[in-house]
Design a protein around this ligand. Structure first.
Ligand code: XMP
Length: 507
């Protein structure tokens, strides 16, 4: 398989470069900026891209790649900070400029090669503090903007390029075509990265695995696709376990069971552990403690299952590429806002090797594989749901009563959004239950009842989110239904905080 290596200098857009390239079926991989030339050669890339980054090339400790890459003969494209590295390395000069952030018009001076076929000018997204003041000898300017004379440069006779703008972001017009010009035209990479091809090669690799494989499934897309791929490769040597922790959404257990039993014939067991989880959660009110409690109980239930139903040699997990990158590339201290729940922390005595068939993939690629493997559209389109489940949608102590309210109210929110044709347009919507109470009137009686918080957010990647401006009529219907259909609820509120400062889940 042909591949492009993207050296990561810490730009928030580094991942996007890989994603854009993979969208036109070429495999692109994000690697740390200081990867050695030897290691690069081992991977045999068709070309290298140097990403942007927050540093300044003359700054103290500025990150630099292995100098050998500039003489390697491999096609090279520097983007933003990468552009300045190219300028600096070949003897040009970089200067501090006024910070430029936003759209500029890029005028094309040479419409062959890198900027071929994109027209005479395009809107280009800039986000930089430095710029090329003098380009190196042996280079020519192929594009400029009002404020940046050398916004795109090319080396004479060699496939080395630098661009000040970001072709990977959607705000750059025809940015994908510019990346295509580099990857397909200049690097001559073959478009052989397809999800059908991935399934075939993953199944072939997994079929070489010896012994039993244990996979925890949640009904979510990552664990489902992990299980299906492994099942395709080794059939009944895979055992899937679904833990009903009593914190699931309305009808979720039945849906997940039906999907695995009826559509996939996977070796599947449900462990009914609702009582254990709810016992463990008794009296726990602190959000982080709740997450911890659910995580620990999960590990316990899971380990017991493994012990009774083993032996297993492997534990399958639906780890995705961004998780792999985040744990492997140091980008400074990323603060942990909430501890996310996963099947970590299994005891050593289980002696399990980890099998992660999706670790090279982005979420949208996993979705495509899910379609290939016959996963239902309903599952593909279902909103994200946190590992600790409804425990983090209940303020204060988790009780059966509050859980029941969260379940029914959540179902009402989902149903009404589906009816309105909005469900698929929204990142996430749900109902949470407050820990305070509010007075209401039911019939002729005053009642002190629960408060339900409805939340709906729009987001691209869950890193930031905006509260959804739902139509008032719809909010009214949701509120009426919740107070009519759930006796204990007297008030319904709508959460209008964005992320940041709020998070998507209330706990
Ligand atoms: P927050 O609440 O941190 O959530 O803004 C961002 C996204 O992640 C989901 N989320 C989780 N997903 N395990 C998960 O698998 C978790 O512990 C967890 N906590 C939050 C959340 O629903 C949102 O989509």
């Amino acid at each position: 398989m042909d591949r492009i290596l993207v050296l990561d200098f810490g730009s928030q857009y580094s991942h996007l470069i890989c994603r854009r390239i993979r969208e036109f079926s070429v495999y692109a991989e994000l690697v740390p900026f200081d990867i050695s030339l030897d290691e690069i050669k081992k991977r045999d890339p068709s070309g290298i891209i140097l990403s942007g980054g927050p540093s300044s090339v003359y700054g103290e400790g500025a990150p630099r790649p292995d100098g050998g890459i500039f003489e390697s003969g491999l096609p090279l494209l520097g983007i933003c900070y990468g552009h300045q590295l190219v300028v600096d390395r070949f003897g040009g000069k970089v200067k501090r400029a006024n910070k430029e952030y936003g759209s500029s018009t890029l005028l094309i001076d040479d419409d062959a090669g890198l900027l071929g076929g994109v027209g005479r000018s395009v809107r280009a997204w800039m986000s930089h503090g430095d710029e090329a003041e003098k380009i190196p000898d042996g280079f020519k300017v192929i594009g400029h903007t009002d404020s940046s004379r050398a916004a795109a440069i090319a080396m004479d006779g060699k496939p080395v390029y630098g661009i000040q703008f970001h072709p990977e972001v959607v705000h750059t017009e025809r940015g994908s075509e510019i990346l295509k010009n580099f990857v397909l035209g200049i690097c001559r990479a073959k478009q052989d990265w397809t999800m059908e091809g991935f399934v075939d090669s993953a199944v072939e690799k997994i079929s070489k695995v010896d012994g039993g494989v244990l996979c925890g499934v949640s009904g979510g897309i990552d664990s489902t696709v992990t299980a299906l791929l492994i099942h395709k490769a080794i059939g009944d040597r895979l055992k899937c376990v679904f833990v009903d922790n009593g914190l699931l959404r309305h009808g979720e257990r039945e849906e997940v069971e039906a999907m695995f039993r009826d559509n996939f014939e996977v070796n599947f067991t449900t462990v009914d552990a609702a009582d254990r989880f709810l016992d463990r959660l008794k009296g726990v009110t602190d959000p982080e403690e709740k997450r911890k409690a659910v995580g620990e109980e999960f590990v316990r239930v899971f380990s017991e299952f493994a012990q009774k139903n083993g032996p297993f040699a492997w534990l399958a997990q639906g780890t995705l590429y961004p998780d792999v990158i985040e744990s492997g590339v140091s980008k400074g201290p990323a603060s942990v806002i909430k501890s996310h729940h996963n099947v970590g922390g299994l005891p050593d005595w289980l002696n399990l090797e980890v099998l992660e068939p999706l670790r090279e993939l982005y979420k949208d690629e996993v979705r495509n594989i899910a379609r290939i493997l016959g996963v239902s559209e309903r599952l593909l389109k279902r909103h994200p749901f946190p590992g600790p489940g409804l425990a983090v949608r209940i303020m204060g102590e988790v009780t059966r009563e509050k859980l029941q309210i969260a379940r029914i109210a959540g179902k009402i929110v989902e149903d009404e959004l589906v009816k309105e044709g909005l469900y698929e347009k929204i990142w996430q919507a749900y109902a949470a239950v407050g820990d305070d109470k509010a007075v209401g009137v039911v019939g002729d009686e005053r009642r002190y009842g629960n408060v339900v918080i409805v939340r709906a957010v729009d987001s691209i990647d869950a890193m930031t989110a905006d509260w959804t401006r739902l139509p008032h009529k719809l909010l009214e219907r949701i509120s009426n239904r919740i107070t009519n259909e759930i006796e204990d609820v007297t008030w319904v509120t709508y959460a209008i905080s964005s992320k940041p400062p709020a998070t998507i889940e209330p706990q």
